[in-house]
Design a protein around this ligand. Structure first.
Ligand code: ADP
Length: 397
């Protein structure tokens, strides 16, 4: 079964055509700066990628271009649209309504629309992707896969904020989490890698990319996660602050005369690694600058590792131990130095990184010493495959 996976952002549209049974990516690409004069479209796998500057006014035109590149030209993957069996859409916010992926119908669309208030840019983008596919391929079954649904197993003690209860009743303000598809994938893969049933394991999964989150997966059930009502909460990230003293928000708004929107922008786009280092939101650039003696970059690098360390400690306490810490995404998969800093000094907790294994490259791997009581596992994430697989499962009933 071939599934077209669509991940629509407010000004971008990523896609992959995946054959689920063979676990094979047949085509992939991204349309960027959709709606802007300098829009472009990249299509192709790895070194075969081609970049085309091409105008696209909206997401429907972006999907049309994607389909054109899948069906024609140097990187064509299939001969006709009939070879696409179903479409899977990534949707950021599923609120309390969706604890799993679902077949998209009018009611589901209405719910995603209703949840826009909790994730204004993200859910609107997903709706644009869904409507574009409906317009161009009205007969294909479509499935929505939510970033939040994996965390619907959290208990109220984990998802409630200590605010007046009425705010929860009035606005549904609570922790929803994000990156759920990635945490679900790496938790499953880690259990398979360890050759143990997931319901016998205590896992801490760390998605460390531009966006960062950590989750506690207790015997196969997500019991806590660092992202909150929105993906701003928790760890320090590329440009997002993560958790800070909430009093800072009103202090800065008052003293800098900022509107709510400007404050939101400061916390989401100007903070994190970028805000502290003044160099970049990209951890590679921050590391290079810190190695060249830039003190703010060094501080940013240390704050980042400390932020991950603290969440690992919290979740060990919450679960009463841990069998494996699982790392994924750009930083988790690649940055040896960051991994060394995160796990430094954790020997008393039974977590011992093997320096030589940490330096090796590879696919799924264990980088703890043989005698470490806790495994440290690297699993490259694959959210697109997870979306394709959910789509396959639901369409097949
Ligand atoms: P996104 O959340 O945008 O999907 P990624 O998973 O691609 O993010 O992660 C981006 C982050 O990963 C950046 O901070 C980048 O510096 C870091 N990164 C990517 N490759 C490497 C590498 N080889 N070494 C160190 N850091 C890396």
């Amino acid at each position: 079964m071939n599934v077209l996976v669509i991940n629509a952002g407010s000004s971008s549209l990523k896609y992959q055509l995946i054959n689920v049974e063979h676990h094979q990516v047949l085509a992939k690409g991204i349309c960027e700066r959709v709606g802007a004069a300098d829009a472009f479209h990249k299509h192709g796998i790895d070194e075969n990628e081609i970049v085309i500057d091409v105008p696209m006014n909206n997401h429907t035109e972006a999907v049309r271009l994607a389909l054109q590149s899948i069906l024609e030209g140097p990187n064509k993957a299939i001969d006709s649209l009939d070879e696409i069996d179903a479409i899977g859409h990534r949707v950021v916010q599923g609120g309390k309504y969706f604890d799993r992926s679902v077949l998209i119908d009018d009611e589901v669309i209405a719910r995603i629309e209703e949840l826009k208030e909790l994730a204004p840019l993200h859910n609107e983008a997903a709706l644009m992707g869904i409507r574009a596919c409906q317009a161009l391929m009205p007969d294909k079954p479509m499935v929505a896969v939510f970033d939040t649904s994996y965390f619907q197993t959290l208990q109220p003690k984990a998802y409630m904020y200590p605010l007046p209860y009425e705010l929860y009743e009035k606005y549904a303000i609570r922790k929803y989490g994000a990156h759920g598809t990635s945490h679900r994938y790496i938790a499953e893969r880690a259990a398979a890698f360890l050759d143990e049933p997931i319901d016998e394991l205590k896992l801490i999964t760390c998605h460390l990319g531009n966006g960062c989150s950590v989750s506690a997966i207790d015997h196969g059930v997500a019991i806590d996660t660092s992202m909150g009502l929105t993906p701003l909460d928790g760890l320090m990230m590329g440009t997002r602050s993560g958790s800070i003293d909430p009093a800072i928000v009103t202090f800065v708004m008052e003293h800098e005369n900022l509107s709510p929107q400007e404050m939101n922008n400061l916390l989401n786009k100007k903070s994190g690694l970028l805000g502290i280092s003044g160099v970049s939101n990209d951890l590679r650039s921050v590391r290079i600058a810190s190695e060249e003696g830039n003190e703010r970059a060094m501080l940013a690098y240390h704050m980042y590792s400390n932020s991950v360390k603290k969440y690992i400690g919290q979740y060990i306490a919450v679960m009463g131990g841990v069998d494996a810490v699982v790392l994924t995404a750009g930083v988790g998969e690649n940055d040896q130095k960051m991994r060394r800093m995160i796990f430094s000094g954790m020997q008393p907790l039974g977590i011992v990184l093997d320096e030589a294994r940490n330096r090796e490259h590879g696919f799924e791997r264990d980088i703890a010493t043989n005698s470490s009581l806790v495994r440290i596992i690297i699993i490259p994430t694959n959210e697109e495959y997870m979306i394709a697989r959910d789509t396959f499962d639901i369409v097949h009933g």
